[in-house]
Design a protein around this ligand. Structure first.
Ligand code: ZN
Length: 611
């Protein structure tokens, strides 16, 4: 079971702290102990105000010399120590200052042996969702009794007129087994308090939800709303446990029938708290792994038009069910027509293909360890998957699959292969994210099929605890999160933080992700041995190298976002998007990687963040 020590501290200091201030500044966590924002100066608009660059004009050629090392992520320019920037682009990358074309405005900046990389990219995360979870009430109970006490305490302080629907985050995913928690437990609290709240409590994985009778009553007022994934009692009544995400697609009518809507607006202000943190870490690219409202796209687009975004921002739209395909394609086109800019685009269909290992709903070739005949949940069959890929390819849209189990992986590979056999290489980019357990027989297929794999390095240790062991059994459990065979076969693997709520916002730190993937120890949520000491997650061979991690965070991610023509490597002609670090990342002790911050972050030639 996942332990939520950090949240316990949070609760102790009170839930009133707002936004990022509570996640960033006050969480008593090692991940950020030395990364405090106090030391950080964020410049959200383009400026040329650094000390070294005081004399740089907008039309200057700036030569950066004497780098200790430059990670160019470009085979042609490996070993370069000099680069030059003009009009926001790299105009020279090499080793000889004399080769740079100079003019009256040429300025030279001595890097004094510092280390340079391309900007990093978060190839899968949810800034909009994070913004929209601000209204949620956090709880961290590890037992039924603790949870119910916390829920009762929180509800007793709430004014039902102001918040008739309360959404709690979260209960441990494996606490109640497949049966799930019961609506009656929540109903009893409402009776006791004499307050008729609608209540939902998400599980830690954000895939399952526990609701009360009032919630069910309002939800089912919409006769079209799906009840797929709703657990039932023998008499057909709902238990209050919902194991899949389809209910989320009907929340608009829920709010209408309730006569109240939570403050879930993904405003520019809220969204830029997340994007500013990403830039502070040297990240200037984001794949937003599905939008929850059109406003998210509008906000990001407006930030870019106001010159405040300073990053590439890709968005995707969720395909709820196969039957919704044409609607989703139309929505993507409309959003793109209305909001795309030089840096913002909506070009991906997002599919939640299977469930999760911790809830026993991932799709598995050999079935659950607890029931080999149960192969888990799949949103679509292979033929439907093929149809989606075919239509996406015709529309030149990309497709990203959320997938966890090896059956999901295999079926989506098969569908891709069928289409490629028919028409050759696809225009569409097919991407699988998570891929927590890949069958050994399929690990080299992404390279052959041109499928991009995305992983969340922050999950490489104990983030999800050991709950998956129950459903996978030891052998598969010990062989999870294994991406090296895919990389060695030539597959493109990218990395993303996949943050989903305010309380984990600081976990988007990519250096924390790198450390966790290199050590298989999550210092915030460590797995423990029998004596309670932190232990590394199996297996040793699944540890990722810093070299592969940096590649996944730069050029590979740029390919995934289709921005590799302008970013992802330090290459002549590309935009001057680079980070300067005090120390070579390869010389940093792995246990200290989480504390790394770039000294300066440049986007299109201008400093956008300094630490
Ligand atoms: Zn995600």
């Amino acid at each position: 079971m996942k332990k939520k020590r950090v949240l316990a501290v949070l609760l102790a200091i009170g839930m009133a702290c707002s936004l990022c201030a509570c996640t960033g500044g006050e969480k008593d966590s090692d991940t950020k102990s030395e990364n405090t924002k106090k030391e950080t100066k964020q410049t959200s608009e383009n400026t040329d105000d650094s000390k070294n660059d005081a004399t740089i004009n907008s039309d200057s050629t700036v030569i950066y010399t004497n780098a200790g090392n430059i990670l160019t992520e470009d085979d042609e320019t490996q070993g370069a120590t000099v680069f030059a920037v003009k009009d926001g682009k790299f105009v020279y990358v090499g080793n000889d200052v004399e080769e740079v074309e100079k003019d009256d405005n040429t300025v030279t900046v001595d890097l004094e042996g510092k280390y340079v990389t391309p900007n990093l990219i978060d190839a899968h995360t949810h800034p909009g969702t994070v913004a929209m979870t601000k209204w949620c009430t956090e709880i961290d109970g590890e037992t039924k009794e603790e949870l119910l006490t916390q829920i009762e305490e929180a509800l007793s302080e709430k004014d039902i007129e102001e918040e008739p629907y309360v959404f709690f985050k979260s209960f441990p995913s494996d606490l109640f087994g497949e049966e799930g928690p019961k609506k009656e437990w929540l109903d009893d609290i409402c009776k006791k308090l004499d307050k008729d709240f609608a209540i939902a409590v998400s599980d830690f994985n954000d895939h399952s939800v526990w609701v009360n009778s009032k919630w069910l009553e309002i939800y089912t007022m919409d006769e079209n709303a799906t009840t797929e994934g709703f657990n039932t009692n023998a008499d057909g009544s709902y238990t209050g446990y919902i194991s899949e995400l389809h209910w989320m697609d009907y929340m608009d009518s829920f709010y209408e029938n309730l006569g109240w809507k939570p403050p879930i607006d993904a405003t520019e202000e809220l969204m830029s708290i997340v994007t500013d943190d990403l830039k502070q870490w040297g990240m200037t690219g984001v794949f937003d792994a599905y939008i929850e409202s059109d406003e998210q796209v509008e906000s990001v687009s407006q930030l870019d038009k106001d010159g405040k975004l300073n990053m590439y921002y890709d968005l995707s739209v969720k395909l709820p069910q196969f039957k919704d395909l044409e609607d989703v394609i139309a929505r993507i086109k409309r959003l793109n027509d209305n909001y795309s800019t030089d840096h913002v685009k909506v070009d991906t269909i997002k599919i939640f293909y299977d469930g999760t290992n911790e809830a026993g709903t991932s799709a598995l070739v050999d079935g659950l360890a607890t029931d080999p005949n149960n192969h888990g949940y799949l949103l679509m069959n292979e033929d439907e998957t093929y149809q989606v890929l075919k239509r996406a390819n015709e529309e030149k849209l990309d497709v990203q699959f959320h997938m966890v189990g090896d059956l999901a992986f295999r079926q989506a590979c098969d569908a891709t292969q069928r289409l490629e056999n028919e028409i050759g290489q696809l225009d569409s980019q097919v991407e699988f994210c998570h891929c927590e357990y890949i069958n050994p027989a399929d690990r080299e297929r992404p390279a052959k099929l041109g499928i991009i794999i995305n992983w969340t390095p922050q999950w490489s240790g104990g983030y999800f605890g050991e709950a998956a062991r129950t459903y996978l059994g030891d052998e598969r459990y010990n062989d999870m999160y294994q991406f090296n065979p895919t990389i060695e076969a030539g597959g493109i693997v990218t990395f993303g933080s996949d943050i989903y709520s305010w309380d984990e916002e600081q976990r988007a730190n990519p250096y924390f992700g790198m450390q966790t993937a290199m050590t298989r120890v999550d210092i915030e949520y460590p797995l423990e041995d029998e004596n309670g000491n932190p232990k590394a997650r199996e297996s040793e061979s699944a540890k990722l190298s810093l070299e592969n991690l940096l590649k996944g965070y730069t050029i590979n991610a740029a390919i995934a976002l289709r921005v590799d023509d302008v970013t992802g490597s330090i290459t002549k002609g590309k935009s001057a998007n680079f980070n300067i670090y005090e120390k070579d990342l390869f010389d940093v002790d792995v246990e200290e990687l989480k504390d790394v911050l770039p000294e300066k972050v440049y986007f299109e030639g201008n400093i956008i963040a300094e630490n």
